[in-house]
Design a binder for this molecule. Sequence first.
Ligand code: GUN
Length: 289
Amino acid sequence: MAGKLIDGKEISSQIKAELAQEVGRLQKENNITPGLAVVLVGENPASKVYVGQKEKACAELGIFSQKHTLSAETSEAELLDLVRSLNEDPDIDGILVQLPLSGHIDENKVIETIVPEKDVDGFHPVSVGKMVIGLPGFRPCTPSGIMELLKRTGVDLVGKEAVVVGRSNIVGKPISLMLLAESATVTVAHSKTRDLGEVTRRADVLVVATGRPNMITADMVKEGVVVIDVGVNRLDGGKLVGDVDFDGVREKASAITPVPGGVGPMTIAMLMYNTVQSAKRRAGAPVSV
Ligand code: GUN
C-alpha cells in the first residue's frame, strides 16, 4: 500500500499560524515587531525566488522585512559593512545573507560577521558549536524543518535507525546531529559510500539531501521506511523532482514527503520561527533558542 504523504505545506501553514499569534502578542504586550533583514547579492534566479518567498512569509505573519539588493559587483568589504550595520540595528532581530555568494566573496567571513544573536540561518560557528554540544541556539532552518515534520507526523526516533544521505553543512551534517540528539542511531552516507543500497536499506528513517534526481530507488529501501526528500531538482522538461524516485519508493514507505510541498515550505516556516524567537528575546521573554 502506498505510504502516507507528509504534507509540508499543511504543517508549515500550522506553524505560521501559531507564529502569527505570537507576533500579535509581541506587538500588543511589548510593542515589538520582529524584524528580518534579507540580503541578496547578484542575479542568481533561484536565490531571487527564495528571497521573494521569505519576504512574502514575513508579510503574512506581520514580521517587518527589510530587503537589501546588491549588485553582483559588490565587494566583500561593502557587504561586511552592511552586515555590521545590521548587527547594530535595534529594529532587526535576524540577518539572512542568501547563499551562494559569488566567488570573490568569502562566505565564511560573511557568516562569521553576523552576530550570533541575529544568526537566524544557524550557520555561524557559534550556533553550530551550540548544536553539537546540545546547548540552546539557532538551528539551521531546513534540518529543523525536517525535525518538525517528523515530530508533527508522530514519528518516534528513539533507538531507530536513521540514515542521512549527504553531508553538506546546510543539511546533511546538522540533520545528523539533530537526529542523534533525539536518540536515533545515525549513519551518514555520501558520494564515496561503497554500497549505498546496503546502508539505506537499514533505515527506519531515511533523509536524502544529495541534489541528484531519483538517486534513491525502491530496491534501496525497506518496507515501512519514513522518507524525507530534501532534493529540489529541475529536469530538462521543467518538472521539479526530489532525490528520491517518489512513485517507486512510496509503494514501500509508510510515509514520504513530496517534492514540491514537502521540506521546502518548512525551511521558510522555521526561518520565521527563528526570527520570532529572536524578537522574543529582545522583549525579555523566555525563548527556546
Ligand atoms: N541558500 C540555500 N539555502 C539557504 C538557506 O537556508 N539560507 C541561506 N541564507 N541561503 C541559502
